[in-house]
Design a protein around this ligand. Structure first.
Ligand code: ZN
Length: 390
């Protein structure tokens, strides 16, 4: 695999919410891994990217996605949607369940849910549309699963299970609690569909009480997907639990602004995750993650480097994945971006701060340049990076 030296980076965003900016202007990548980050790195490389003073960020990770199979979604009969998201700076997507499979009964019988998760995981292991990684095969938790089913998914490398269709009137029988225990014993994360009913019409309503009883790792779309739980429940989850708080583009913007207010007061920004909860009724939104970062930065007053960390490093940490940080030893997924001509912003971070979309110039995944010059999904960046070699 080839090596890349990126030089003349204007601003480097790390994805680490504790230390979101780093004083560095160059990144050296070899064999798919970030090897060096620093000032004026000068090593021979197969390709040289001159960033020309623009901003580098880790590849965005959509914390809540609904892939089905391949680069097609039956949710909106849309082809090439993952490629379009890559052009919106999204280098990885985490499945919240392959529940849009045409004809799938909801909730699926337990053996169907298990089979679907294993099949999806198998397929996504072998498929990276345009270079994007899909963490697929998320098991939909339904009544009737056995402990050996959790062995099977753990062995397949599945790292996420999700409550959405589980009938919570069954909680007194202890089964759902055992699912959480079995998952955690196998280092599998548990996510829950929170709030009101989804487009499926059969997802279960979950607010603070259910979430407190189940104790999942991640409260999925806490500010609505599309309907949030009552505001007092949102506040209690921030103040009384240590769960991850996932914000999705499918949600309620007023509640998102409120969540950030409470999270700021609680010093809980490290628990906030960003996703889109698409494809679905909200559509296919290639610029969804960029827009979400812009909303958090410009309306909810989150400093842009921290809002980016909520869409990168926080998501990787919450899901137990090695991605989301632009630092030595991590997989080389990164994006170069800048202000768009005509914007009042000075650069990419200032664009987010002012609520403007930035323009994507370069996207690298696994140490390979997938997009160069400009994205097909954003207006062109004012100062596109230039590439030599390769
Ligand atoms: Zn969802």
């Amino acid at each position: 695999m080839s090596s890349i030296l990126i030089k003349n980076i204007g601003t480097l965003v790390t994805g680490d919410i504790e230390n979101p900016l780093r004083d560095a202007d160059s990144v050296y990548i070899d064999d798919g891994v970030v090897r060096q980050v620093g000032q004026a790195i000068d090593v021979p490389s197969d390709q040289v990217v001159d960033a020309g003073g623009i901003t580098a960020i880790p590849g965005l990770i959509d914390s809540h996605s609904h892939p089905t199979f391949g680069d097609f979604t039956p949710a909106q009969n849309s082809l090439g949607w993952i490629t379009h998201y890559l052009h919106g700076g999204v280098t990885a997507l985490i499945s919240a369940g392959e529940l849009h499979l045409p004809g799938l009964s909801l909730p699926p019988p337990p053996q169907v849910a298990l089979s679907l998760a294993l099949l999806a995981k198998h397929c996504w292991n072998n498929l990276r549309p345009s270079g994007a990684t899909v963490y697929g095969g998320t098991l939909l938790l339904v009544p009737g699963l056995k402990e050996e089913d959790f062995d099977a998914i753990a062995e397949a490398g599945i790292r996420l299970v999700k409550f959405i269709f589980y009938d919570y009137s069954l909680l007194p029988n202890g089964e759902a609690g055992r699912y959480v225990k079995w998952a955690k014993e196998r280092q599998i994360k548990v996510k829950i569909h929170s709030g009101g009913v989804s487009r499926s019409g059969v997802s279960q309503v979950a607010g603070f009480d259910i979430i407190q009883q189940l104790s999942p790792d991640i409260v999925g779309h806490i500010t609505g997907g599309p309907i949030p739980m009552p505001e007092e429940d949102v506040v209690k989850i921030v103040t009384e639990t240590d769960q991850y708080l996932e914000i999705c583009s499918s949600g309620n913007l007023r509640m998102t602004a409120r969540l950030l207010e409470v999270a700021r007061d609680q010093g809980a920004f490290r628990r906030v995750l960003v996703g889109t909860d698409t494809p679905g009724g909200t559509g296919v939104i290639p610029r969804g993650m960029l827009r979400e970062i812009g909303f958090l930065s410009s309306v909810a007053a989150v400093p842009p480097p921290m809002a980016i960390a909520m869409a990168t490093g926080n998501v990787g940490r919450a899901h137990g994945l090695p991605i989301g940080l632009l630092k030595e030893g991590r997989p080389a997924h990164l994006v170069l971006l800048d202000r768009i001509q005509g914007s009042v912003a000075e650069d990419a971070l200032d664009s987010f701060a002012k609520g403007d979309l930035p323009g994507v110039s370069v996207v690298i995944t696994d140490g390979v340049i997938r997009i160069s010059g400009r994205s097909q999904q954003t207006p062109p960046p004012e100062r596109p990076a230039t590439i030599q070699g390769g």
